[in-house]
Write a protein that binds this ligand. Structure first.
Ligand SMILES: [Fe+2]
Length: 193
């Protein structure tokens, strides 16, 4: 029995401006689903290993578990962040970004600089260890993660996220991403931390 299920897209496939239905269908229904399926497959293999007492493949299984679990979780956050009309964060998140980065514009400039340099993801996270927001660069899905930090905004910079719409012009994709952010939902999620 599968433990993990694919979450439905939280908006219509053709709802975004500048990110096409075809791009979203491939990204959500193929790429994201593959991480959910892989995670279920790894759970089954871990159960088999425990039943047999055979842990000869445990290193590979554990590396794949981290990669695919992180891929599943980050894609769910990415799609949850979209479906809005862009703009800026609201209320408490606005104040916190101003406090920790000086201004929304400063934060966005740093976030986009990381987006250009990262191989996987840029995350805006709240880190309880210092009580501050941080932009983290994550290669693949799990290299660059910081323990305990809570991701509240995720930008997928893997080529599969934008190549159908923009080819190598990822900066146009970043612009489209910002134009479709659902800041009310992101800000509400931050309020619950
Ligand atoms: Fe992706």
């Amino acid at each position: 029995m599968n433990i993990f299920e694919m979450k439905p897209l939280p908006f219509d496939y053709d709802a975004l401006e500048g990110i096409s239905e075809k791009q979203i269908r491939y990204h959500h229904d193929k790429h994201y689903l593959s991480y959910v399926n892989n995670r279920n497959d790894i759970e089954q293999k871990l159960n088999d290993a425990r039943e047999k007492g055979d842990f000869s493949a445990i290193r590979t299984l554990k590396l794949n578990e981290s990669h695919n679990a992180s891929g599943m979780i980050l894609h769910e956050l990415y799609f949850d962040c979209l479906g809005g009309k862009g703009g800026k964060p609201v209320e408490r998140l606005t104040d916190k970004i101003d406090q920790d980065f000086g201004s929304f514009e400063n934060w966005k400039k740093e976030f986009l600089a990381i987006a250009k340099s990262s191989r996987g993801w840029v995350l805006l996270c709240f880190d309880p260890s210092d009580g501050r927001l941080h932009n983290f660069s994550v290669d693949f899905h799990d290299i660059g993660a910081v323990w305990g930090a809570i991701p509240i905004l995720a930008l997928d910079v893997w080529e599969h996220a934008y190549y159908i719409d923009y080819g190598p012009d990822k900066e146009k994709y970043f612009e489209a991403f910002f134009n479709n952010l659902n800041w009310e939902r992101i800000s509400d999620d931050f309020d619950r931390i």
